[in-house]
Design a protein around this ligand. Structure first.
Ligand SMILES: O=P(O)(O)OC[C@H](O)CO
Length: 383
């Protein structure tokens, strides 16, 4: 697509896990679609700096759109992952009671899991909540493989293509890229993560605001034969799942994240106080971390909505723009469900997707450095 103006039925803005999942869903339904990403690689920013955990939704609030899409994603994921060469550790999670009152919280979480149809068990020996369906993946490989599969199925990806404007036309929207190229589309999907509010504002939609909720992580290498073969969860709150300790697909252990509300969408630094916020909580859950120096640290920025969560639907200012915004850290988990939901919004806008076809096989790109280092390193270099 080197022409100054290209035409597609659906333009997807944002090459994170949500945008790539939407492109994947559309391409596999025979919808002509182009993904537009500002960076020169996919899944930098929020998607490449999260935990990489695929949650089950055991603790999600029943009845919310976020929960419905997490659960829908869980139905769709096995078939998609079977076709994509993405590393996944199906290790399950454990929430250990530690304080007075935790038993009651665990009992309530187990009831919540049952409402959501998620398998959990309260271990009789110690009251721990076991969640066998939780797993760990590489979120960059996950996103890249979705995009590669989408391209193999007929979709297109434009990298290094920052969107600087959206113009209304009689038959759709014109997306204007830095450098002057344009993409004409009947429908535009706004999956721009941290910048979804900036994209919506281009059509006069100021109905939601995105702010960065920083999550810092510390990476460890365990000595000798020590290993962690489960995701360790603290008691979650509505705002955060708290400080987790979990194994990575490349054999390390990560502790984090913090949850620190910021203003600057470009601040990917790890704050000096982050270690004190993370390490005691991590050691309380996994004593083997005591005395170990982290080998790396990184910060992710969750695209949090100010007073909103999972803002998905046609913009009030311009129906042909579908916002997929305020997708917090569960976006990796819910991405396939989100994409399925977005595909269902298209017929009302005159784009009729076909029946979904099986995912076209595609490999995840192999990189010399692990995803958490590559992405954080790129962001630091750009800062
Ligand atoms: O703190 P939360 O709730 O945004 O969750 C962060 C976890 O790392 C998600 O895997």
């Amino acid at each position: 697509m080197n022409d100054a103006t290209a035409t597609t039925r659906v333009a997807v803005i944002g090459g994170g896990v949500v945008g790539t999942a939407v492109l994947h869903a559309l391409a596999h339904r025979g919808v002509d679609a182009v993904l537009i990403e500002a960076c020169d690689e996919l899944a930098l920013a929020a998607s490449g700096t999260n935990s990489g955990i695929l949650h089950t939704g055991f603790d999600s609030t029943a009845g919310e759109l976020e929960t419905a899409l997490i659960l829908r994603a869980a139905e769709l994921r096995p078939a998609v992952l079977a076709a994509l060469d993405v590393p996944v550790l199906p290790v399950g999670a454990r929430l250990q009671p530690r304080a007075e009152g935790d038993d009651a919280v665990i009992a309530a979480l187990a009831e919540n899991a049952e409402r959501n149809g998620v398998d959990v068990e309260i271990r009789t020996t110690d009251g721990a909540l076991l969640v066998p369906g939780e797993s760990v993946t590489d979120p960059v490989a996950f996103s890249s493989a979705l995009a590669a599969s989408a391209v193999a199925a007929g979709g297109s990806v434009l990298l290094d293509s920052a969107v600087i404007g959206i113009d209304r036309r009689t038959d759709g929207l014109r997306v204007v890229l830095r450098g002057g190229r344009t993409i004409d589309a009947e429908v535009v999907v706004n999956a721009a993560g941290l910048h979804a509010d900036d994209i919506a504002a281009m059509v006069g939609d100021t109905s939601f605001e995105i702010f960065p909720r920083k999550g810092e992580f510390f990476v460890f290498e365990l000595p000798g034969a020590s290993r962690l073969d489960q995701i360790l969860l603290p008691v979650p709150t509505k705002r955060t799942k708290g400080v987790l300790v979990f194994p990575t697909v490349d054999g390390r252990v990560i502790a984090g994240p913090t949850a620190c509300d910021l203003v600057d969408k470009g601040d990917w630094s790890v704050r000096s106080e982050a270690a004190a916020e993370i390490l005691p909580k991590a050691i309380a859950q996994f004593a083997e971390l005591e005395g170990l120096e982290p080998v790396f640290s990184y910060a992710g920025l969750r695209p949090a909505g100010r007073g909103s969560n999972y803002v998905i639907g046609s913009s009030s200012a311009e129906p042909r723009l579908i916002n997929v915004a305020a997708i917090r850290s569960t976006g990796l988990t819910a991405s396939l469900g989100i994409a399925d939901h977005v595909a269902g919004l298209l017929p009302a806008l005159g784009v009729e997707p076909g029946e979904p076809r099986p995912t076209v096989e595609a490999g995840a790109p192999r990189t010399a450095t692990p995803w958490w280092q590559r992405t954080a390193g790129r962001l630091a270099a750009r800062a």
